[in-house]
Write a protein that binds this ligand. Structure first.
Ligand code: GTA
Length: 164
């Protein structure tokens, strides 16, 4: 395994764009509703969980554990799985005991390499059963459905192109 902690290429210790845009869509929807919207609560204010993306399908749970332990003790690690084959499909959730450990991880590990790939970390409001499975039509992540490039570590061509 080759890890390069410290070779950060982009800073990712900012609020999750993924969840901010989802909350904005909800607020816009609430603006049109007759009932007053509930006050916005930041679901990431004390987040201890991170979504980790752009993993190779071949990266193991042990490798992820070894790397992410560098920022604090891991409470739970959930590998993302193809919902049909139950094989790793390129993401995971890492839960720490403290919010500070999650922030440190965003700062020092997000944007570095694991198995030669730049991994992406994102604060997450918390793992719930079912979220470990890819939501793409063919069982993996949605992004691997539509990819047009060849990515050896993630099953070659996108699934939609493979099906043609
Ligand atoms: N906290 O950034 C994240 C995040 N992502 C990306 C996924 N999850 C995340 N959680 C946090 N932050 O539990 C979580 C989900 C779920 C699990 C698997 O991971 O909450 P997924 O299978 O949907 O994974 O989720 P994916 O594909 O990475 O996520 P998403 O956001 O659905 O990806 C959409 C991407 O697919 C787009 O960015 C685009 O690149 C591509 N895409 C989607 N539709 C099209 C299309 N029609 N054409 C081309 N590309 C498309």
């Amino acid at each position: 395994m080759r890890t390069e902690v410290g070779s950060t290429v982009e800073r990712l210790d900012r609020p999750s764009a993924y969840y901010l845009s989802r909350n904005k869509r909800r607020r816009d929807r609430d603006d049109n509703a007759e009932e007053p919207a509930e006050p916005a609560v930041d679901p990431l204010a004390n987040a201890t969980t991170l979504y980790v993306g752009n993993l190779s399908f071949y990266t193991t749970e042990e490798q992820v554990h070894e790397l992410f332990s560098k920022c604090g003790e891991i409470k739970r690690l959930v590998m993302g799985l193809d919902r049909f084959n139950k094989t790793p499909c390129g993401f995971c959730f890492v839960e720490y005991y403290t919010h500070q450990d999650a922030l440190d991880c965003m700062k020092y590990i997000g944007g570095t390499k694991l198995d030669e790939r730049i991994i992406r970390t994102d604060l997450d409001p918390g793992f719930e059963e079912g979220r470990q499975f890819g939501r793409g039509k063919s069982g993996g992540q949605v992004r691997d459905e539509y990819r047009e490039d060849y990515d050896e570590g993630r099953g070659g061509m996108g699934r939609a192109l493979q099906a043609e």
